[in-house]
Write a protein that binds this ligand. Structure first.
Ligand code: GUN
Length: 287
């Protein structure tokens, strides 16, 4: 039997339609549109593509987008001053500073400068802390997208064994917190873990965010497991592939996200969702 394919492309489309409708209603109510400020420092080509996609997505759902481009040579002070100005700007409800930053800048200081209520990436320590204690907060986009995909596929999470491969601050750790809040039994494995395969083989739900193309093969997978593949690896043949060897596992898993078209499209959609949430919270607070 072949696994059900969980389409992030399809789910993204549905959520974006809902965001567009809500944006129309809320914009009429508050007399302004949600605004997202996107900052890029330097000219990393991959970052430029991401930033342009984010701005385009904003406009598609009726948000305003404000693009700021600083040269690679900009000082950290210039960036912090810009963030300070955006924190105070009433047209801006979300601030995103595209990472990575040039080496002479301290990412943590920059993230900390963003007002937590405008931190639509969910990277600020206030939001990270709130997430870890299970309180309402802005949740990082990729982990949030993983949970939405599981719910869309009607996967029952409560009481299930979930193994997360990877312990990054952007994906592994926050997705582990979210799965705990959904009452899964969560294990996080990483580069120093012994017997990764044996641990993964116990998983009812396997979330893979290790950044190594084709790392997960059929010998990692329990019959009937659900697999969420967070990997985006551009291969030598120009194709984008995940961290999971899709063809090798597709007849063992019960459901799996494809790459491309799985978690990827959900990340920008969750950014839009976070911006709408920030907008609603900020504008309700003003009334
Ligand atoms: N660089 C790669 N992914 C991301 C992301 O989700 N947010 C930001 N700000 N930078 C990134």
């Amino acid at each position: 039997m072949s696994a059900t394919i969980i389409s992030g492309k399809e789910l993204s489309g549905l959520i974006r339609e809902k965001i567009s409708k809500e944006t129309e209603e809320l914009s009429a109510q508050f007399g302004k549109r949600p605004g997202l400020a996107v900052i890029q420092v330097g000219e990393n080509p991959a970052s430029t593509i991401y930033v342009n996609n984010k701005k385009k997505a904003c406009e598609q759902v009726g948000f305003q987008s404000f693009g700021y481009s600083l040269p690679e040579s900009a000082s950290e002070k210039e960036l912090l001053d810009l963030i300070d100005q955006l924190n105070k700007d009433d047209r801006v409800h979300g601030i995103l500073c595209q990472l990575p930053l040039p080496k002479h800048m301290d990412e943590f200081s920059v993230i900390c400068a963003i007002a937590p209520e405008k931190d639509v990436d969910g990277f600020h320590p206030v939001n990270k802390g709130l997430l870890s204690i299970g309180r309402d907060c802005l949740v990082s986009c990729t982990p949030k997208g993983c949970i939405e995909l599981l719910k869309y596929a009607n996967v029952d999470i409560c009481g299930k064994n979930c193994v997360v491969i990877g312990r990054s601050n952007i994906v592994g750790k926050p997705v582990a917190s979210l799965m705990l809040h959904e009452n899964a039994t969560v294990t996080v494995v990483h580069s120093r873990t012994k017997n990764i395969k044996d641990i993964c083989k116990q998983a009812d739900i396997l979330i893979v965010a290790i950044g190594k193309q084709g790392f997960v093969t059929r010998d990692f997978v329990k019959e009937g497991a659900v697999i969420i593949d967070v990997g985006i690896n551009r291969c030598e043949d120009g194709k984008v592939r995940g961290d999971v060897d899709f063809d090798d596992v597709v007849d063992i898993a019960s459901a799996i996200t494809p790459v491309p078209g799985g978690v990827g499209p959900m990340t920008i959609t969750m950014l839009l969702q976070n911006t709408l949430e920030a907008f609603t919270r900020i504008e309700k607070g003003r009334k």
